[in-house]
Ligand binder design. Structure first.
Ligand SMILES: [Zn+2]
Ligand SMILES: [Zn+2]
Length: 180
């Protein structure tokens, strides 16, 4: 598939402003190469970025706009989830992974990443930014009542006869909710 890569040599000293998009076939092909993916892109992924060399590192400031189709963990219905997310990453040449001890503290803050072979995989960087925005427990709505654990009735649309079980599940949902 055609994924956007950028050669370091093509970045002028004054930096580069880019805007690009990944279409659905390319995105689903990319997702297939990853494990444990339980969502789909619903629309093309739009990205824009300012790319600048800072010494031997590359600073990318940009934003991604995507629409995903996620599955609610409570009622198992699929729903559309729009994402607009600004991001900032610093990439370093992969061969220079040897950090001095004191760098460890700031690694997370900097969202430090690496590039190899003198190329930036811009499409992958954009996709990773989208992945970071996906909730660990996707919910179609905060108040989703989920399925009755006993008979499987979607409690958002109707009720069932399993009163006690339904009550239990409401308590466990409460616990679940408090954890977040
Ligand atoms: Zn739901
Ligand atoms: Zn029931």
């Amino acid at each position: 598939m055609v994924m956007l890569t950028l050669k370091l040599d093509d970045i002028p000293d004054e930096g580069l402003d880019l805007e690009w998009r990944e279409d659905l076939p390319a995105l689903s092909e990319y997702l297939e190469t990853l494990s444990e993916i339980d969502f789909r892109f619903e629309a093309p992924l739009h990205s824009e970025a300012k790319i600048r060399k800072v010494g031997r590192s590359i600073l990318i400031k940009g934003s991604v706009m995507a629409t995903l189709r996620l599955q609610c963990v409570r009622c198992l219905k699929e729903y559309v989830y729009p994402i607009t997310s600004p991001f900032e990453v610093i990439l370093q040449p992969a061969r220079e992974i040897d950090f001095p001890e004191e760098m460890d503290l700031s690694r997370d803050d900097l969202a430090l990443d690496f590039f190899e072979g003198g190329e930036l995989q811009l499409s992958e960087i954009a996709c990773e930014q989208v992945f970071l925005e996906i909730p660990i427990q996707p919910l179609c709505q905060e108040t989703c009542r989920g399925l009755c654990p006993h008979c499987g009735t979607d409690l958002n649309v109707s009720t069932c006869g399993c009163h006690e079980e339904a009550l239990d599940s409401r308590f466990s949902r409460l616990k679940e909710w408090k954890l977040h």
